[in-house]
Design a protein around this ligand. Structure first.
Ligand SMILES: Cc1cc2nc3c(=O)[nH]c(=O)nc-3n(C[C@H](O)[C@H](O)[C@H](O)COP(=O)(O)OP(=O)(O)OC[C@H]3O[C@@H](n4cnc5c(N)ncnc54)[C@H](O)[C@@H]3O)c2cc1C
Length: 502
């Protein structure tokens, strides 16, 4: 895999790479989904997808640690148009294979340019186009594309730079420290004592996958997370498939089932958080070894769903704890030692390998430097338009999925709105559309990207100060909840005075 650190740096003259109607940044589930919608609705438009990595899939290409899998069901993580035929919770490889099918069916391969890192994008009102600067990861060549519309599908984190907290004594540790985002392909776990630092989805996925190979795996968490243990294969999907009905029907029914289930959990998390807390914690108790200290290790201190609920399909993490191939320590790290990690209680956990499952470095718009008519854009002073466009930035939209529901549900919804927007521009003969605050909006309070009361995952909290803002009213909000957006986005008035066309 090519990363920023291996990127060639040869300085060459900027080459003109041509003009497209729409330039999509990112070839993950968002970029591939957006390209599908664009092809369907505007077969005549030219487009290109640029991705800094050397392959498709974004998250699923970057994360190839043992056991990597989805933590939401694939019926809703899959696209609306393409039935998911596998088990409800899927391995990363199966998701990549699904994306490959979409690329084939939509003939997208010829539109994708890998190892193309977008570094800058400048809008010119006079020319009615973006000029997009790119560095090639293989040759170091610098390219310049121009585009009528920019679609940012870059995800939310830096793929080349995982979040690595620094702890005292790390330099004297004699073993190996790895991050799941950059998993070494040849890492030999046989007979090794492994500590996985972290308690989120990655730790919960990785631990059962390596517990059988390593001598022992210790999950070292500062504080507990909520877990939920659904079956890998959903019973309803099995029953529907046995009826030999079209896969499209099964897909739609399963999507409705999972949307309703997640809506219910989302509602409970705000309306009756105590009840949901008890339900989640108590659902873990019977899966754990007898006498296990559930209060200490599996009773989170935050309200359910202020952070993602981690999925443990078929309870595999709990099975590893029952079998004794994995154990759990809830404590803070005092220092790394030569032989492991000493925690605040004074205990030393021995380790040959430490996995730092500590999350992401959030990246705003792929760290692309934006300018509009020569002025650099400082996004912290701008407001989102429905979590899709940014005030004062013309002909640019971004695809940002759900935190709680499957990310991809929002890809389809946002793309429906965007194709409607492009049609509206065509019908008006407009070549430029810019979200702009109405006079009444000028004094509205500006709120953070995410309300920490609602969602406060570490990677978001670490970077709120770098992000654009929300207002206190529609359409200057990023709604986040599927239930609301299913009603609001399809009906959103594109001529309500908050979008300026010319
Ligand atoms: C291990 C793991 C499991 C997850 N499981 C789930 C799940 O089950 N359900 C769920 O809803 N969500 C899940 N997520 C969240 C996940 O990130 C999203 O679901 C989704 O993959 C995001 O897709 P994306 O295409 O928007 O962005 P990404 O997958 O992040 O892909 C973005 C692509 O854009 C490229 N890019 C970024 N900046 C630039 C640039 N400047 N120039 C060129 N290219 C650029 C990157 O190289 C990357 O390939 C998971 C995340 C992780 C890490």
């Amino acid at each position: 895999m090519t990363t920023a650190s291996t990127t060639a740096t040869a300085q060459t003259e900027v080459q003109d790479a041509g003009h497209v109607d729409v330039l999509i940044v990112g070839a993950g589930v968002s970029g591939i989904g957006a390209a599908h919608h664009l092809r369907e609705q505007f077969p005549g438009r030219t487009f290109v997808l640029l991705d800094a990595q050397d392959n498709r899939g974004g998250t699923w290409w970057t994360h190839r640690y043992p056991g990597v899998r989805s933590d939401s069901d694939l019926h809703t993580y899959g696209y609306r148009h393409k039935p998911w035929r596998g088990p409800s919770i899927a391995a990363g490889e199966a998701i990549l294979a699904y994306l490959d099918e979409v690329i084939d069916e939509d003939d997208l391969a010829r539109h994708i340019r890998y190892l193309h890192r977008v570094t800058a994008a400048s809008w010119s009102t006079e020319d009615r186009r973006w000029t997009v600067e790119v560095i090639r990861g293989d040759t170091g060549e610098r390219l310049r594309f121009t585009a009528g519309f920019l679609l940012m599908c870059q995800g939310y984190y830096n793929h080349a730079k995982p979040y690595r907290p620094q702890w005292e004594g790390m330099d004297r540790f004699q073993g190996v420290i790895v991050h799941p985002q950059q998993w070494p392909e040849d890492l030999d776990l046989a007979g090794k004592r492994v500590i996985v630092i972290g308690s989120g989805a990655t730790a919960a996925t990785l631990i059962p996958a390596i517990a059988g190979q390593a001598e022992h795996v210790t999950m070292l968490q500062r504080s507990p997370t909520y877990f939920f243990a659904p079956p890998v294969t959903d019973d309803l999907a099995v029953q529907l498939r046995a009826l030999d009905i079209p896969e499209e029907w099964t897909h739609e029914i399963m999507r409705r089932k999972f949307m309703a289930q997640t809506n219910l959990l989302a509602r409970m998390s705000t309306e009756s958080p105590g009840e949901l807390h008890t339900l989640l914690v108590e659902s873990m108790r019977p899966l754990l070894p007898e006498g296990f200290d559930v209060e200490k290790h599996f009773t989170p201190r935050y309200r359910p769903w202020q952070q993602r609920i981690a999925i443990v399909p078929d309870g595999d993490l709990f099975a590893a704890l029952r079998e004794g191939t994995a154990s759990i320590v809830t404590d803070t790290i005092e220092t790394f030692t030569e032989r492991g990690i000493r925690v605040s209680s004074g205990a030393e956990i021995p380790a040959d390998i430490v996995v730092s499952a500590t999350g992401f470095t959030m990246s705003l718009f792929g760290d692309v430097a934006f300018a509009v008519d020569g002025d650099p854009v400082d996004f912290t002073g701008h407001v989102t338009w429905r979590g899709i466009m940014i005030s004062g930035v013309p002909n640019m939209a971004y695809v940002f999925g759900y935190f709680r529901h499957s990310w991809t549900l929002r890809v389809d919804l946002v793309c429906d709105l965007l194709t409607r927007l492009l049609s509206n521009m065509r019908d008006k003969g407009a070549t430029m559309v810019t979200p702009a605050l109405r006079p009444d909006d000028a004094d509205m309070p500006l709120l953070p990207f995410v309300d920490p009361e609602n969602f406060n995952a570490g990677y978001v909290m670490r970077s709120q100060h770098l992000l654009y803002k929300q207002g206190d009213r529609e359409p200057w909000t990023h709604l986040l909840e599927l239930e609301e957006e299913l009603n609001v986005l399809p009906k959103a008035d594109l001529d309500d005075g908050t979008l300026t066309y010319s």
